[in-house]
Design a protein around this ligand. Structure first.
Ligand SMILES: Nc1ncnc2c1ncn2[C@@H]1O[C@H](COP(=O)(O)OP(=O)(O)O)[C@@H](O)[C@H]1O
Ligand code: SF4
Ligand SMILES: [Mg+2]
Length: 686
């Protein structure tokens, strides 16, 4: 079968990227990102740091006295005349502190910036150029990493005795860049083989452009975190060196104040006002940087961000007022399917609780998976297919939350049903793969590149069949590999040694190795060419007949499902809008969206007809308007469609099996008849 139109290809966005792109303008996106960064800890950190930056700018002008001016008021405690007291030689401590704030902040920020620039330059060059350059730069970086920073700084500072701030910046930058360079090199290595970097290389872009235009923008979050850490390192190193008498800033700094306080025995004389203020300033700036760093990391690091959103969702759950908009009343499942389907899904709802409005990715989805059937799920990119698959397998990760519905597995006619949503984690991991396995879209991503096929195939046997001998496991791995049409001589191959089609077959073999009752396949053939796609579909059909498992087959390609699936559920905006036998759906689509999807590919055996797309784009799942979600794109819209969402109910088509359609065109109370394009017999000629 030839497929010319691929709705997924027309909207080629990764889910998360799509969410970001849904925001109206770059300014609004920037504001959303900045808003997301403003956690309480970041705000507190920014306020403290802001105060010190302000003091660094205006502090010296606010100083009541010349900080170096000696007076007769020797070692006096705080008073109205000297708010922070005086030193052994009668100098005003407040004036020293204000002058020192500027020097310390200037050194810390400049050294932080220089060290970060060094780390970015050397780290990205090392990661992107690779080869000998990478090896040399890695050796240099590792040498600097293993030398303890403070002793090295002491040695360097001793060689630059009266260099002032410039010498300090050099010393701190030379000793601090290596950690950042190592982190950035690792990130650059992972970006190096991304398609857009490869394309930029192929187009002949210079290395500097590759670094600063293609790579650095992607690394900005990591670079920002490195900068904050290096400023903190610089503050502490400056204070440490000055305290040891090696930090000649040429004037006052917090470290110098501590040095003179120690020299003149302020501690033993109880002159706390002399050493506590600079110590407190160092601690406060350090705390502010750490708070910003942790807060930013929590937002920028996907793992920590997920945990944060999960935490905030817990709090939200206790506050119903702050919860997402309630879902519309669940549509009753009007068809009484087989008495005991294998899987029974009722009103399943999943939302991504992001820092913005929740994304209602799956809304009140209900269907049964019958024994031995292939149920196809079709729909445009972003309509919730993958989210639904993950929820059924219980592998959704925060911020995805199942916030409604039920999921029942009926093992066989005599055993009690299993409630998949309330299973214990232990039972769930025993259930997964044993009864329900998944084949993900990109086999290359689901296979580990560093482990051979045999080990990857036998991994699940080690976990689920602990009593099996190694020989038995290997024999089973060979058996399933043969089943999917790959020679057993490939058992010891690594994924990169196989073609895309072979890797996808290996992924299918992995899913079948424990003979599960259900296999969920999320776009398993989308990345493959049509010839390989057809081979795999034929093989799946054979395997299904041989092993009698049920399949939920997810794809945007409705034409593929017409050939392969027994029944098809069409999804739109997180809901099922039509569910019917695939032959019926092909001949008599009941929903205008199904009709539109069907018209997106050419008729290879019937008369020629124009290939049309569906005008408009899917709705924003964060802000669904009332009424039918398809209304803005629907050619048959009626006034009722603007205010009410149609329930999934039996259609008015005389089909072999009862079909369900969510469209008011099938509701006799709303309209008397179907439009001509949806009447039986029209779809073939449409
Ligand atoms: N981690 C996430 N955070 C927020 N929204 C998400 C996330 N992942 C997916 N989405 C959104 O959920 C919706 C459904 O996505 P998905 O299930 O991947 O659709 P499909 O598989 O049909 O392309 C889309 O609008 C997508 O942007
Ligand atoms: S309910 Fe109305 S808007 Fe929605 S698909 Fe049917 S006719 Fe179109
Ligand atoms: Mg998907």
């Amino acid at each position: 079968m030839t497929t010319v139109f691929q709705p997924e290809a027309a909207v080629p966005q990764e889910p998360a990227a799509a969410v970001a792109q849904e925001t109206s303008s770059p300014g609004a996106r920037l504001w959303l990102n900045a808003k997301g960064l403003l956690t309480p800890s970041v705000i507190i950190g920014l306020v403290i740091l802001g105060v010190f930056v302000l003091l660094a700018i205006i502090g010296p002008y606010l100083a009541p006295d010349d900080p170096s001016q000696t007076t007769a008021a020797l070692l006096q405690g705080p008073s109205l005349h000297h708010l922070l007291g005086t030193t052994q030689t009668g100098q005003d401590v407040l004036s020293e502190l204000l002058a020192g704030t500027r020097a310390s902040m200037v050194v810390a920020l400049t050294a932080g910036a220089v060290a970060t620039a060094l780390a970015v330059l050397l780290g990205t060059a090392s990661g992107l150029i690779g080869g000998l350059v990478d090896e040399l730069l890695s050796v240099v970086t590792n040498v600097f990493l293993v030398i303890p920073a403070l002793p090295l700084a002491i040695v360097l500072a001793a060689y630059l005795p009266n260099g002032g701030e410039v010498a300090l910046v050099i010393v701190i930058s030379v000793t601090g860049w290596s950690w950042g360079a190592r982190v950035i090199r690792v990130q650059a290595l992972s970006l190096r083989n991304r398609d857009y970097v490869l394309a930029a290389r192929a187009s002949g872009e210079s290395m500097l452009r590759l670094i600063f235009v293609e790579t650095v923008p992607d690394l900005l979050p990591v670079i920002a975190i490195q900068f904050l850490s290096l400023v903190l390192f610089a503050i502490l190193t400056e204070a440490g060196l000055a305290f040891l008498g090696l930090g000649g800033t040429g004037g006052w700094s917090w470290g110098n104040m501590l040095f003179w306080a120690t020299e003149d025995s302020a501690w033993s004389q109880g002159a706390w006002w002399w050493f506590v203020p600079p110590g407190l300033c160092i601690a406060l700036v350090g705390t502010s940087l750490a708070l910003i760093n942790f807060g930013a990391d929590e937002v920028l690091n996907p793992r920590l961000r997920s945990a944060r959103i999960a935490r905030s969702n817990k709090h939200r759950a206790a506050d119903p007022g702050d919860d997402p908009q309630p879902l519309p009343a669940p549509a009753p499942l009007a068809v009484d399917a087989l008495a005991k389907p294998l899987l029974e899904i009722r009103d399943l709802s999943v939302a991504y609780r992001t820092t913005d409005s929740p994304v209602r990715a799956v809304r009140n989805v209900s269907f049964d998976l019958r024994r031995g059937e292939v149920l196809g799920i079709a729909g445009e990119s972003g309509c919730g297919k993958t989210t639904l698959a993950y929820a059924i397998c219980q592998i959704q990760r925060p911020p995805a939350v199942i916030d409604g519905g039920s999921l029942w597995f009926h093992p066989d006619e005599s055993s009690p049903p299993v409630d998949l949503l309330t299973m214990s984690p232990k039972d769930r991991s025993a259930f997964r793969w044993e009864e329900m396995a998944v084949v993900f879209q990109s086999a290359m991503n689901s296979l580990s590149p560093v482990i051979d096929i045999q080990t990857q195939l036998t991994d699940s046997l080690v976990a689920h069949r602990p009593g099996w001998s190694k020989a038995k496991r290997v024999a089973r791995a060979a058996e399933v590999l043969t089943l999917v049409g790959i020679s057993t001589s490939r058992l010891r191959s690594y994924p990169h040694e196989l073609s895309g089609g072979m890797r996808q077959r290996v992924a299918i073999a992995m899913a079948l190795i424990l003979e599960p009752a259900i296999v969920i396949m999320d776009e398993p053939t989308t990345a493959l060419d049509v010839v390989v796609q057809r081979e795999i579909i034929e093989q799946l059909t054979e395997l299904r007949h041989a092993l009698n498992f049920s399949v939920i087959f997810i794809t945007h390609d409705l034409s593929l499902l017409f050939e392969f699936a027994d029944r098809i559920a069409v999804m739109y905006a997180g809901s099922i809008v039509e569910l019917a036998q695939s032959a019926d759906l092909y001949l008599q689509p009941g929903h205008p969206y199904t009709l539109g999807l069907g018209n997106c590919f050419p008729n290879v055996i019937g008369p020629l007809r124009p290939v049309a797309g569906i005008a408009g784009s899917p709705p924003d799942l964060r802000h669904l308007a009332p009424g039918c979600p398809f209304e803005p794109r629907c050619a048959f819209s009626m006034p009722t469609c603007l205010t009410q969402e149609p329930p999934l109910a039996p259609g008015r088509l005389p089909l072999h099996d009862q079909s369900l359609v969510a469209c008011f065109l099938h509701d006799p109370q709303v309209t008397d008849s179907l439009p001509a394009a949806l009447r039986p017999g029209q779809a073939e000629n449409a």
